[in-house]
Design a protein. Structure first.
Length: 218
């Protein structure tokens, strides 16, 4: 079972503890504020009050044995940089750090973060996409410049085969999966798949190409 340490229990850190616990991970949560630590106790194996800027404190907790460390102290840039550096020195396999700006993210990457997250920015982008088009249900960034979107077919696609739409040729995107509501099942579609109004499509592509698709089906 994967061991995950979460350092910093802001709203992002709190909801991480709550969500990850439902997947059965062994979680250790750390924050300098006692109230924040007490709030996550129902969700984690171990909740500790302490200053993550103290490397010896982290070592005493056994953090070097964790598979993943999530550094959720983005608003405290100096702390997030220092803790990320500690995790790199301890050779943690997966170091996920919250950033508040592009410059902050660049520093975190240079000193060893394996993944950078911008929770507020990403939520705003996802909401903007879903509000901009009634067909967009979800927008999930995958890596720099690429995303997965969840959409319903617009009316002009109904009853057509995927090959007729020529989405790969027009937009250079890929429909990776379709969830049929009636009957309830998931399929990996081929060009012969005929779209229905009850289908949900999962599409992967470059953000610019996905934006072009969004504009055309809005």
């Amino acid at each position: 079972m994967k061991n995950i340490a979460i350092i910093g229990l802001s709203s992002f850190g709190y909801y991480l503890c709550e969500s990850l616990s439902s997947h059965g991970f062994n979680i250790m949560a750390i924050d300098i504020v006692e109230e924040s630590v007490n709030k996550v106790k129902p969700f984690v194996r171990k909740a500790v009050i302490g200053d993550a800027r103290d490397k010896n404190f982290l070592l005493q907790l056994g953090i070097a044995d964790f598979d993943t460390v999530i550094i959720s102290v983005g608003s405290k840039m100096d702390t997030s940089i220092l803790v990320t550096l500690y995790m790199k020195e301890l050779e943690i396999n997966e170091i996920i750090a919250k950033a508040t700006s592009e410059d902050h993210a660049k520093i975190l990457e240079k000193i060893g973060a394996t993944r950078i997250v911008f929770p507020e920015r990403d939520v705003a982008k996802r909401m903007a996409h879903t509000l901009a088009s009634p067909n967009f249900l979800e927008f999930i960034p995958l890596t720099e410049g690429f995303s997965l979107i969840e959409i319903t077919p617009p009316p002009e696609w109904m009853g057509k085969k995927l090959m007729e739409l020529e989405l790969t040729r027009k937009y250079n995107i890929q429909i990776s999966m379709i969830r049929e509501i009636i009957p309830e099942r998931v399929v990996i579609p081929n060009g012969e798949f005929v779209l229905k109004d009850s289908d949900i499509l999962y599409v992967i592509g470059d953000n610019d190409n996905l934006n072009s698709l969004q504009k055309d089906i809005s």
